[in-house]
Ligand binder design. Structure first.
Ligand code: RIB
Length: 306
């Protein structure tokens, strides 16, 4: 069972010619409402590939219509929603601008996500078969508590270091590394985490190798057009290429990778296969607007190889 402990958001998305800098205003013709939140996105990505009944989501939403809609969307996507708790705070909301090249800028109003608690997850969900998937949009201490419980139960922990917090201490990174089996970052996040440990890596490859060694784990780096790389603690390196696409919207591409990666890992396939399917799923996602809308089902990924 894949257990995602993390954020659920409603995304308000505007297409703009250029993402505005500080003090600037740009006009967009309209906006769209999509389902988002890194946690929910990763749960949907995994469920699209695994099929219904293999993925559960834990987190918190508000008591308003946004919360109802977020839960309904997950259920319709085949994700078990019984561990999602209603909070007094409003459902998380992300304000997203997407430019003509598909790049984005995101501001998240966390709301109910900051009320997420590890105690909301009963022990019955934390077993040797559990693959716990974490990100950085709920309180770090609660995510860490979930990671430690999962490792104590001999389950596996996949931790996506996104978004990197404003203030990320070395102690925080060390705690995270000690409680994780697969750390997933992009190039910048790998460099930020290694820097927090006090090293000054020249590139993301060096940073990822350092993180893998420091945590005795596998550090996976998603590197856009370069594909994805996995660095093991013993120095072994695995690579999967990305698909050549013209992106419409990259929002949620990293989340799609994480969900697909966790799903394939849960099927006991090789690390190389998990990287490949992650890259393929992430590329397909980028062909549609919205974090979850382009996330592929297994058949769409198989069709790529036919
Ligand atoms: O990774 C993309 C996600 O980040 C969006 O769906 C938004 O909700 C933010 O959490």
């Amino acid at each position: 069972m894949i257990l995602v402990f993390g954020s659920l958001n409603i995304d308000l998305v505007a297409r703009v010619p250029v993402i505005p800098g500080p003090g600037r205003t740009v006009l967009a013709p309209s906006y769209e409402t999509h389902f988002g939140g890194k946690g929910a996105n990763q749960a949907v990505a995994a469920a699209r590939i695994s099929g219904a009944g293999k993925v559960a989501m834990a987190g918190r939403v508000g008591r308003e219509g946004f919360g109802d809609a977020a839960i309904r969307n997950l259920a319709e996507s085949g994700v078990a929603t019984g561990l999602i708790v209603r909070a007094d705070e409003p459902t998380g909301c992300a304000f997203i601008t997407v430019d003509a090249s598909g790049e984005n800028a995101i501001t998240v109003a966390s709301g109910a996500n900051m009320a997420a608690r590890a105690a909301d997850v009963p022990d019955a969900f934390v077993t040797p078969d559990t693959i716990l998937v974490l990100q950085m949009e709920v309180p770090f201490a609660e995510a860490l508590a979930m990671a430690r419980r999962t490792r104590a139960a001999s389950g596996k922990v996949v931790w996506n270091l996104a978004p990197v917090p404003e203030k990320m201490s070395g102690a925080m990174v060390r705690d995270l590394l000690q409680a994780t089996d697969y750390l997933i970052t992009n190039e910048h996040e790998a460099l930020d985490a290694a820097s927090a440990l006090g090293t000054k890596p020249a590139d993301f490859e060096t940073a990822a190798a350092e993180l893998a060694k420091a945590g005795q784990l596998t550090c996976v780096v998603t590197a856009g057009a370069q594909g994805a790389f996995a660095f093991a603690a013993d120095g072994v390196r695995v690579h999967a290429p990305s698909l050549k696409i013209t992106p419409v919207d990259t929002t949620g591409a990293g989340d799609t990778f994480v969900g697909a990666f966790a799903c394939i890992l849960g099927e006991k396939a090789s690390l190389k296969k998990a990287l490949e399917v992650g890259c393929e799923a992430a590329a397909l996602k980028c062909l549609k607007l919205g974090a979850q809308d382009g996330m592929p089902a297994r058949g769409e990924i198989r069709a790529l190889r036919a």
